[in-house]
Design a protein around this ligand. Structure first.
Ligand code: SAH
Length: 396
């Protein structure tokens, strides 16, 4: 082929003044209601975005079905999409190099926050777990580029895809099963902060673990002491980190399969931890009534506010949990309390905590107000990329 070959023409999507203002303000999404014209634009294609006057605003990935019609990938023209993808993967890897220490499990690519909207890649030692969340990232040619580059740079034994059927439905993509994309290995052992975890790439929640809590585990362990209770413990992430510092650790979760893995993890690390299968709300209520006390309590519930409409109920849920925990903490006790609901802001969360402390007649000193681990960066102009709050406080 001659060098004179022109890059393939890409379609243009015109956005309303409101959509344009949003992009100019630094956000990277334009909703369908702000699309002026996208006639004949193929689903999942790379597009040039213009305002209603035709001024070019950047290059984006287009979805024909999602409410988020446009996800900007660059403010510049993109002529060679595969080369662009390879560069972004390398940038994401390089970004993490300075602080990825003491772990072989971390998020390699975090969608918009790594300027690769719709792509999540987590590394669990020698297995990569990948989630594809948009039409554009699902294209066969894009998948091929991603897999080739990730294999070349990270040398995994295998790559597994975790499919969210609801996302595929929303994106009007054909159904697809979770499974291996490369290699044969589906289970391994990974380690973070010197703690080891069993990993089964085709089981469990999210891509298999809550990697966003990695740095919070280590932070919590610094202050943990005495008798500890890890509520919503899943595979024991907090419990296992607290164990070396505490005289006794109990983990609580309503999921038996999660507790089975937690127990295997305890054996793997030669730790003696008590696991209780129960509803956290019922258990905390019973324990509070029976006067049970602890020196360290971790609360890491699932997202209570999945949408804005759930916010009031969610805040009541958070308050109930925190109030009960505060009542059960001995003086000098440590509360590690988290929320992964995007709709609950850090301020909302701190206000709820202040309220709970007031009702429990306890004073709380904030030791640390934290977010997700640094491999889950928050894109400032995309508040949606920040969701995890983790507060460590001391009770008097
Ligand atoms: N702390 C964990 C992550 C917790 S995710 C970690 O660091 O890995 C939330 C957990 O809450 C899930 O394991 C889920 O099974 C559990 N869960 C959900 N509702 C619950 C309830 N009502 N009572 C107890 N556990 C619950």
């Amino acid at each position: 082929m001659s060098k004179m070959n022109k890059a393939p023409e890409i379609s243009t999507v015109k956005v309303s003044p409101r959509g344009a203002a949003r992009l100019k303000d630094g956000h990277v999404w334009v909703y369908r209601s702000d699309i002026v014209s996208a006639d004949g634009v193929p689903p999942g294609s790379l597009v040039s975005v213009t305002d209603h006057r035709g001024q070019i605003l950047g290059t984006a990935l287009y979805s024909s079905s999602s409410q988020i019609a446009i996800r900007l990938i660059s403010r510049e023209p993109v002529h060679d999409f595969p080369a662009f993808l390879r560069q972004r993967i390398n940038d994401a890897i390089a970004y993490r190099e300075p602080f990825i220490q003491d772990t072989n499990a971390y998020r390699v690519i975090f969608s918009e926050a790594d300027f690769l909207p719709g792509l999540i890649v987590d590394r669990y030692n020698d297995i990569l777990s990948m989630q594809i969340l948009t039409q554009a990232m699902d294209a066969e040619s894009v998948r091929e580029t991603l897999l080739t580059e990730l294999a070349e740079k990270l040398h995994p034994d295998s790559v597994v895809e975790r499919v969210d059927p609801r996302v595929r439905q929303l994106e009007e993509l054909p159904p697809r099963a979770s499974g291996l994309l490369q290699g044969e290995k589906t289970s391994t052992i990974f380690s973070m902060n010197g703690v080891q975890f069993n990993f089964d790439a085709l089981q469990g929640q999210k891509t298999g673990a809550f990697l966003d809590q990695r740095e919070n585990y280590a932070a919590a362990a610094q202050y943990a002491h005495g008798e500890a209770l890890d509520v919503f413990c899943y595979h024991g992430g907090f419990a296992l980190h607290l164990a070396p510092r505490c005289s006794h650790v109990t983990g609580v979760d309503s999921s038996r399969p999660a507790l089975e893995v937690a127990d295997q993890n305890a054996s793997l690390n030669h730790r003696d931890i008590e696991w209780i299968e129960a509803s956290a709300f019922d258990l905390l209520k019973d324990y509070a009534h029976s006067g049970q006390q602890y020196d360290t309590i971790v609360l890491d519930p699932p997202a209570f506010a999945k949408t804005k409409r759930d916010l009031d109920a969610a805040m009541r849920g958070y308050k109930e949990l925190n109030l009960r925990a505060l009542k059960m903490l001995r003086p000098g006790g440590v509360l590690v309390t988290c929320s992964c609901s995007y709709h609950v802001s850090q301020n909302d969360f701190l206000e709820m905590l202040a309220d709970a402390a007031k009702d429990a007649h306890r004073s709380l000193r904030l030791t640390e107000v934290r977010g997700a681990a640094r491999d889950h960066p928050l894109l400032l102009n995309l508040p949606e990329s920040g969701y995890l709050k983790c507060v460590i406080a001391t009770v008097t």
